[in-house]
Every structure is written in C-alpha cells, then in structure tokens.
Design a protein. Structure first.
Length: 385
C-alpha cells in the first residue's frame, strides 16, 4: 500500500473511533486585518488579493473596509483601482469555521449586487513529503486519495481561469482563511508557482510578507506536495522544492527600471544637454517599491532601447518622454527619463512637470538601456537579488 494510502486509512479509522467534533459556539475573534491583505496579481483588468477573515467588529462582512484596503494596495503599486468592481470572495475555511462563513453567505444573499461568494474548504491533512524519496513522492502523487477534498489542482486552475475572465465589470478576487496565513498561504503558493512560475522559496517569502510568520507545518507539507506535483507533472518548470539558499528579499528593492547604459547615457546627453544643477540621465522607472509579482515577471538584464517622444521643462526640472522598444509597463503615467533638476529638487518632480504638458519630438534619438533594479543601498543590479 502507498505510504499515503496507509496514512489515509489510519485517519479514517481514528475518525470513526473518535467522537464527533462539536462546532464552535459562535463566530471567531478574527477580524479584517489590513496588514494581511496583499495584492497577488493584476492583469490590467482583474485583481487578485489574499488576506484574512473579512468581517468587522460588528460581526458583519467588511465590504467597505475591504474595498478601501484593496484600493490602498493598488495605489501602493502605482495602479489605479476601478471605482466599480465585482467582488469574488473565496473562503478557504472549513466546517469548523461555519459561523464566520455564514456571515459572508448572509452578506452576499442580502447584497447580490456586490459580487459572489464561494467556499472552498481546505483541510491540509498531508504527511511530510520532505522525509520521502523522489520515488515515494511520485508513488503518492499517483494515489487518487492524496488531494482528498482539497482538490488543489482543479481549484488552482479555477482561480487562474477566474482571474483571466472578462466580465462586464472587473473582478476583485479575494481568497482568505481565518488568519490569512496558512490555508491562504497554500492557495497563494499554488497560484504563484503555477501561473507566475515562482519558486517555492519565493512564494514562502511572499507569504511571510503578508502574514508576518511562516506557515504552520501542515500548510508547509501541503505546499510541498503541490510543489512536487509541479516538478514531476508539469514540463518546463521546476519550482525547486528541495532547494536551499536565501529566498528573494523583496524589501531590498527600491524600484525597477530600464537603466541607460554608458553609451545610451551619452546619446541622451548629446541630444539633450542638461541645463540645471543636478544631472540625472539615468533611467526610466518601471515600478517603485514593486510588488513580488512585478519583480518575478521582470525580464532581468534584458537590453531595450528608449526612444525620445517628447521634451518638457520648467524652472525645477527637465525630462524627456520616452517609449521603450519592449512593452514595459510603468508606474508613471508618462514614461520618461529625468535629464536634470534645480538645486534641492528631486527627480520625482519630473512627473508633476510633464503632467502640465510637454513638446512632442519627432524622430527622437534612441538610447540603449538595460532592465534591472535599484536597491535600498543605492546599488543597481541586473540579476534578481
């Protein structure tokens, strides 16, 4: 019998011998924690967030509070959250959390215009895969009893399909458990490893960013099994389930950008000699204080060309409006390279200056640049740190 098959039989026998568990007496003391609501992904239309139980101290679904936090997370990533969205709330809570689930069901029954609610109960009862050989892991992955009610593979596929749907209004998908850590961490990791091809270590780092701690052992085992499923069943991607070494420290990254090379900087300088005291001619910003999914999607070290499309200046700054040879999305509404600024004025003023208008440039120069990141210590790197 497979190792998991024996484990499953023992669980069934113990469950039959044990008295039926009593349901909790009432709703939990977990309330929406804005610090645990994180933006997982955005495709230009729909939004994907993770977090904890979305209710307020009045024991009511925290609709207004949740929308407000989502907007804050979008703003923090330089994105514009739409005025009208449909919520698609996915609770990962089990039967033991039914009183809280009932709060969500009641809200959407009474306010169907706000969105949809579904309950995907996760139980995460799995043996430790890290104590097994690869052959034992493969054998257990072939066991139809492995995933049980959790059905991670199909639910991950469903989540990705939902995220790509185009409905009349954008979807703001929010998956959660009670604390926003363990079952939420499992769903988050499965999504990020599958869709964004994030490594196991990096998905764990992302979880700790929003949860503030490691997932519990049961959740780690669950994530491990899904990681091995990808390793042995999905060609072309290895999430590195047993790798060691430091994970990506997203907190070290100040901004992502296309940095002008030495020759690119010289081309730009000759075409637009600086007239103010502080000379920059350095980069086109892609994302300031980027989210992990923005870091993971970046084509690190890629060479691009920035073509000048306009020029603007005032007494505080001068900058050129640029267009990248590749489709590089930018936090800035007007993609640009700051040429120079007056004494005591930062490069960020270029955003304000260009917003007031600039002069179009026909057949502007093309300057070579390279995609990378500026770290908090001031260094620039072209490989993911």
């Amino acid at each position: 019998m497979h190792a998991f098959g024996l484990f499953f039989v023992l669980l069934v026998a113990l469950a039959a011998a044990a008295p039926a568990p009593h349901p909790p007496p009432g709703p939990s003391n977990h309330y929406l924690d804005s610090e645990r609501v994180g933006l997982v992904d955005h495709n230009g239309y729909n939004w994907l967030f993770r977090g904890n139980m979305p209710k307020n101290s009045s024991e009511v679904f925290a609709y207004d509070e949740l929308i407000s936090v989502m907007r804050t997370r979008a703003d923090g990533s330089g994105l514009s959250f739409p005025d009208e969205v449909d919520l698609f709330v996915i609770s990962l809570n089990s039967l033991y959390n039914q009183p809280d689930t009932d709060i969500e069901i009641s809200w959407f029954n009474e306010h169907p215009e706000t969105g949809v609610f579904e309950n995907w109960s996760f139980y995460h009862r799995y043996p430790n895969p890290y104590s097994m050989s690869d052959e034992e892991i493969k054998s257990n992955l072939a066991d139809p009893n492995l995933w049980g009610k959790d059905d991670y593979i199909n639910r991950t596929s469903t989540l990705m399909r939902l995220f790509e749907e185009r409905r009349e209004r954008p979807l703001a998908i929010y998956f959660h458990c009670e604390t926003g850590c363990d079952r939420t961490g499992e769903m988050s990791a499965a999504y990020l490893m599958t869709k964004n091809q994030m490594s196991l270590q990096d998905s764990d780092t992302f979880n700790k960013k929003w949860c503030g701690r490691n997932t519990n052992p049961s959740a780690q085992y669950t994530i491990g099994w899904y990681c091995f499923y990808l390793t042995f069943n999905q060609t072309g991607f290895d999430p590195c389930c047993k790798c060691s070494g430091p994970p990506v420290d997203y907190s070290k990254i100040l901004y992502l950008a296309a940095f002008l090379t030495d020759d690119g900087r010289e081309v730009m300088r000759k075409a637009f000699p600086p007239h103010l005291e502080n000379v920059f001619i350095d980069h086109m910003t892609i994302a300031f204080k980027p989210q992990p999914f923005e870091v993971d999607r970046l084509e690190w070290g890629k060479e691009v060309f920035l073509q000048v499309k306009g020029y603007g200046n005032d007494q505080k700054a001068e900058a050129v409006v640029v267009e990248a040879s590749e489709d590089l999305k930018s936090d800035n509404p007007i993609t640009h390279v700051t040429i120079s600024t007056a004494k005591g004025v930062g490069a960020v003023w270029s955003n304000n200056m260009l917003a007031n208008g600039y002069t179009p440039v026909q057949d502007g120069v093309r300057a070579r640049a390279r995609v990378g990141a500026s770290l908090l210590d001031g260094s620039v790197v072209y490989d993911r740190p």
